[in-house]
Design a protein. Structure first.
Length: 110
């Protein structure tokens, strides 16, 4: 859970896709393996959809953590609910809004 919190916190500090793309290297290997689908099958140019891909991978990670940390389910589900309906063509303003909401959820948890 500590690594997840660290990556989510770093996510809230990003302002661009370039900054977010660095976060892929911080994901667990089994979660990062899911990125291959987005790179090869879903998008022609996946680098233009970094926010969407990253939040989708966060959902995968949340699903994995849910089983390991049942006491944190409420927190994890709040994040999942926030990330779940993000569209692949999310605007910059909407991205900022998601990041701000993520900060609020993190603050409530900590």
């Amino acid at each position: 859970m500590k690594k997840f919190l660290d990556v989510i916190t770093k996510f809230t500090q990003t302002k661009s896709d370039d900054e977010r793309s660095v976060l892929f290297s911080l994901l667990p290997e089994d979660i990062l393996a899911h990125k291959k689908f987005y790179d090869e099958e879903m998008f022609i140019n996946s680098s233009r959809h970094t926010f969407y891909i990253l939040t989708s991978l966060f959902i995968d990670w949340i699903n994995q953590l849910d089983e390991q940390y049942p006491k944190q389910r409420h927190f994890l589900y709040e994040l999942q609910d926030l990330f779940e309906y993000i569209d692949d063509d999310i605007s910059i303003d909407e991205q900022s809004e998601v990041i701000e909401k993520t900060k609020v959820i993190l603050k409530q948890y900590q």
